[in-house]
Design a protein around this ligand. Structure first.
Ligand SMILES: Nc1ncnc2c1ncn2[C@@H]1O[C@H](COP(=O)(O)OP(=O)(O)OP(=O)(O)O)[C@@H](O)[C@H]1O
Ligand SMILES: [Mg+2]
Length: 224
């Protein structure tokens, strides 16, 4: 069995032909990693996740999931996705209990509710929850299939310190026995938890270990 969960080779993607976005990107994510993705606004981080999840098609290059080419991959239940909250804030009708029951197998709903402390939210409509509460519910929905790979886009945005600590602890626990890929602007959070970090700011692009991040922040964000 391959210990490579994600393989990206020579990936190219543009929304508009005349606007380069992702050009010749290659990296790998191994089983059990907590893989961070850092980069400035508009660098293509969310786009990269959407390519890896098969929502978008690359112009060229190769993506493999669990050793299988994405074109032939069908075990999507092995992957849980937590989208950027602002993109789905108003996307779900119904209350939290109903939402979870709709997406999760019955025997799993109870575990998820207890794990994320969602008991008090079950009767509330998703659209009326606070940002942190919505974030927890999105994470809960991504966990319904007990995925081997969890992909998160900005899970900390807009959360207060308590909610951040809760989500951080939850992700840490989850990463003990699965692979986590997380895009975040919270550099401290990424540095504290990630095994390796993809610095994405085309044409600048590099995979580094947390200890080596200092040297690349300037190039990545143009800091002085
Ligand atoms: N559906 C789309 N159609 C056309 N252009 C898009 C689309 N989605 C994103 N873009 C553009 O592609 C670029 C990368 O967007 P993306 O959302 O991947 O960036 P990001 O790194 O996730 O940024 P942020 O840190 O702000 O979330 C941006 O310039 C954006 O305007
Ligand atoms: Mg984004």
């Amino acid at each position: 069995m391959s210990d490579k969960v994600i393989e990206v080779k020579g990936l190219r993607f543009r929304y508009r032909v005349e606007e380069p976005l992702i050009e010749d990107l290659s990296f790998e994510v191994f089983r059990g990693e907590f893989f961070g993705i850092l980069g400035p606004n508009g660098a293509g981080k969310s786009t990269l996740l959407r390519l890896i999840l098969g929502f978008l098609k690359p112009l060229s290059g190769e993506i493999k999931l669990f050793g299988e080419s994405i074109d032939r991959f069908f075990q999507w239940g092995r992957i849980g996705y937590v989208p950027q909250r602002f993109s789905v804030e108003r996307a779900f009708t119904g209350n939290v209990g109903e939402l979870l029951k709709a997406v999760a197998p019955k025997e799993r709903v109870g575990w998820i509710i207890a794990f994320l402390h969602l008991e008090n939210l079950l009767k509330k409509p998703f659209v009326k929850l606070s940002g942190g509460e919505q974030q927890k519910v999105l994470l809960a929905m991504a966990l319904t299939t007990n995925p081997d790979l969890l992909v998160l886009d900005e899970p900390m945005t807009g959360l207060d310190i308590h909610a951040q600590e809760h989500i951080q602890q939850v992700l840490k626990d989850l990463s003990k026995d699965r692979t986590v890929v997380v895009v975040s602007h919270d550099v401290g959070f990424v540095l504290k938890n990630a095994t390796r970090i993809l610095c994405l700011g085309m044409p600048y692009c590099k995979v580094v270990e947390p200890g080596d991040i200092r040297g690349v922040m300037k190039d990545l964000f143009g800091l002085h």
